[in-house]
Design a protein around this ligand. Structure first.
Ligand code: PAF
Length: 282
């Protein structure tokens, strides 16, 4: 695996792969890699592609400074995992490489409705920051395929929108969420949970399963309240428990079997904000 820090070196290495008639599967990450990330690399490999993974903790997507400062950085472990997973290139840029003109005067992307709801409403500026970095990474890598985790479903839709704005023609793959045995969605943030919080954290998934299971029996408003009450009772601070159109992310007041639906939850446990989602009737 080549570890490359500059865009110029990256381009050279990618050109060499292209000369070998390889296509490029790209996995952007912020590190603290877990099996969820590795499943994205595996998906690219399964498609016969050369694998480029980036690790860059992007300062512009953290609306909360503390969250940025506490974001887990585990570079040596990450490199060992990538070596085991058959990654061709690790792109490891510094802030100056990604934002050569600084981060103060970035032009906003017109991400539309999808950035205004749910995490977009709770974390103002977050998806603009994601779009900023992902757009720069796409320019640097020029991938044939991009692989992102469905756990960050809204982020995937934001990237779809970004690709439309940029007129990108490559494919974006939403790779299914990897879960711990108790159902907790794998996430870099799980490392910040203490033992008690970790024991409770799978409640988000249990709520999602109950939202799915009760769709023929109760209204969504009733199930939503049950979930919020349960989460609150167990010590979470729920941000949202929502049902939405899976294509547009517009909220649904009630179950609508004629639509592709997605249930989404965000909740704090202590200082850690967890998110999860489940596609219904797919
Ligand atoms: O999902 C992430 O890890 C990040 O938001 C991403 C897409 C790498 C952009 O920094």
């Amino acid at each position: 695996m080549k570890i490359i820090k500059s865009k110029a070196e990256l381009q050279k290495a990618i050109n060499l792969l292209r000369e070998e008639h390889k296509t490029i599967g790209f996995i952007p990450t912020m590190g603290a890699l877990h099996p969820g990330h590795l499943s994205l690399l595996a998906a690219a490999r399964q498609n016969g592609q050369a694998v480029v993974c980036s690790i860059f903790v992007n300062p512009t997507q953290f609306n909360d400074k503390q969250d940025f400062e506490k974001y887990p950085v585990t570079l040596e472990e990450d490199i060992a995992k990538l070596l085991d997973t058959d990654c061709d290139i690790l792109f490891l840029p510094g802030v100056g490489e990604i934002y050569p003109n600084g981060t103060d005067q970035l032009e906003a992307y017109e991400l539309g409705y999808v950035e205004t709801v749910l995490d977009g409403a709770s974390r103002p500026g977050h998806f603009q920051g994601v779009a900023q970095v992902v757009s720069r990474l796409f320019d640097a890598v020029q991938p044939d395929d991009v692989y992102m985790g469905q756990k960050d479903y809204q982020q995937c839709l934001v990237i779809q929108r970004l690709m439309k704005l940029r007129k990108d023609t490559f494919n974006l793959h939403f790779v299914p969420t990897q879960r711990e045995p108790d159902g907790l969605a794998m996430s870099s943030r799980n490392r910040r949970l203490n033992d008690n919080q970790r024991a409770l954290a799978s409640l988000l998934y249990q709520c999602l399963v109950s939202i799915e299971a009760q769709q023929d029996r109760k209204s969504f408003a009733v199930v939503q309240k049950e979930c919020i009450d349960l989460l609150t009772h167990k010590g979470f601070t729920p941000d949202y428990v929502a049902l939405a159109d899976a294509v547009t992310l517009e909220p649904l007041a009630d179950y609508d079997p004629s639509k592709k639906m997605i249930a989404l939850i965000a909740a704090f446990i202590g200082e850690v904000r967890l998110i999860d989602n489940l596609l219904l009737n797919h």
